[in-house]
Design a binder for this molecule. Structure first.
Ligand code: G3I
Length: 340
């Protein structure tokens, strides 16, 4: 027990010295440092948060990309069949355009946050609605959304197809059809497949690899893979960069699209240091893979993080706390982007 405490303190001291060098008020921002390396550094945001001045001050200073966490999802954009509401998404796009931030669109086809009316459609109507939804969203944001997460979380943990209502009613073909509809609606947008829990080498990432390889062989227009990056402190899987690289070797771009590092509450200094190390490891995996285009945090402040709702008892998952004070994780990311 005593030995364990000593080890913890030593590790904490080492991380402190590693990450203490990045000044919180440095002239460079995470976004500008990432840009120097040809990458974006983004934030998952949503409209309600744009009224929060201490929050938007950090957003405007630190980030050069945004993703709406909820406002472009199916339930938000098409609450009634074929009646579209782009109000919230448009606000985010306008906010980003005024600040020269790129917008990653999220997400066109996901089994969650879908409106109830989709559940009562037969296969023919669902196929028609899916194509219509993808087409209308992508066409509306043509030229404004740089990249889309077209299909989100199509696999289960064993690497097979997730038994979602899309899969049950349409079979696996819904994936290819979604990408084809998106490409037709905006040939200039980068089209990504997005998955959770596939950051390291495991059954899911290998299932994803086999899926994208076969889709590419069929000529399906996929440009990249978005690895979400929801991880728990001390449990960042090994081999992330080589895993990213095998997808890059298929000719695909990579992003980390929803990075957060959750911890069991309450927060402690030792957990903060472990979290800083984990953020650094994740960001470095993107830096060392040339085709990794950037990283997005989900979100950047604990004030708006989804973790306490998705993982009761856990939280403090982002680099800024609820009062917008930076944590060691911020300095760790900063130092890592500098090349430390
Ligand atoms: O902030 C409010 C809080 O004020 C209120 O008291 C509470 C009551 O339930 O809700 C809080 O908002 C929740 C919000 O997460 C917090 O960020 C919403 O209820 C909840 O619906 C919302 O969930 C969203 C979640 O998707 C739904 O599955 C998150 O916004 C969103 O970040 C999250 O994102 C997903 C990605 O789209 C796909 N990958 C997984 C990821 C995490 O689940």
């Amino acid at each position: 027990m005593r030995g364990r405490t000593v080890t913890l303190i030593t590790a904490a001291a080492m991380v402190t010295s590693l990450f203490a060098t990045a000044p919180a008020d440095a002239a460079m921002s995470l976004g500008s440092l990432a840009a120097q390396r040809g990458k974006h550094f983004g934030a998952g945001i949503d409209v309600g948060q744009l009224r929060d001045v201490p929050y938007t001050t950090i957003l405007d200073r630190e980030f050069n990309a945004v993703t709406p966490t909820d406002s472009m999802k199916w339930d938000a954009t098409e609450p009634t069949r074929n009646q579209f509401n782009f109000t919230w998404g448009d606000r985010i796009v306008a906010y980003a355009q005024q600040r020269n931030m790129i917008v990653r669109g999220h997400t066109l086809v996901w089994h969650s946050q879908v409106p109830a009316w989709t559940q009562s459609l037969n296969a023919t109507m669902l196929r028609e609605s899916l194509t219509n939804h993808v087409t209308r969203l992508v066409a509306h944001y043509r030229g404004a959304v740089y990249a889309w997460n077209v299909v989100n979380e199509p696999l289960d943990d064993s690497g097979g197809y997730r038994n979602s209502f899309f899969y049950q009613r349409l079979g696996a073909s819904y994936i290819a059809e979604s990408f084809r509809a998106a490409r037709a609606a905006d040939p200039g947008a980068k089209l990504y497949i997005s998955e959770s829990g596939a950051e390291g080498y495991n059954a899911k990432s290998t299932g994803l690899y086999n899926l994208v390889r076969s889709l590419l062989a069929e000529g399906v227009p996929i440009d990249g893979v978005a690895f979400q990056g929801h991880v728990a402190i001390g449990q960042v899987p090994p081999g992330i960069a080589p895993n990213f690289q095998r997808f890059a070797d298929l000719g695909l771009d990579i992003v980390i699209s929803e990075l957060d590092v959750r911890m069991p509450m309450p927060r402690t200094a030792a957990k903060d240091y472990q979290q800083a190390t984990d953020y650094s490891t994740m960001v470095r995996a993107c830096l060392v893979v040339p085709r990794c285009k950037g990283v997005t945090l989900w979100t950047f402040s604990d004030k708006y993080s989804q973790i306490p709702y998705s993982f009761p008892g856990q939280g403090a998952a982002t680099p800024w706390d609820v009062t917008m004070q930076p944590k060691p994780a911020y300095n760790a990311i900063y130092t890592t982007l500098i090349g430390g």
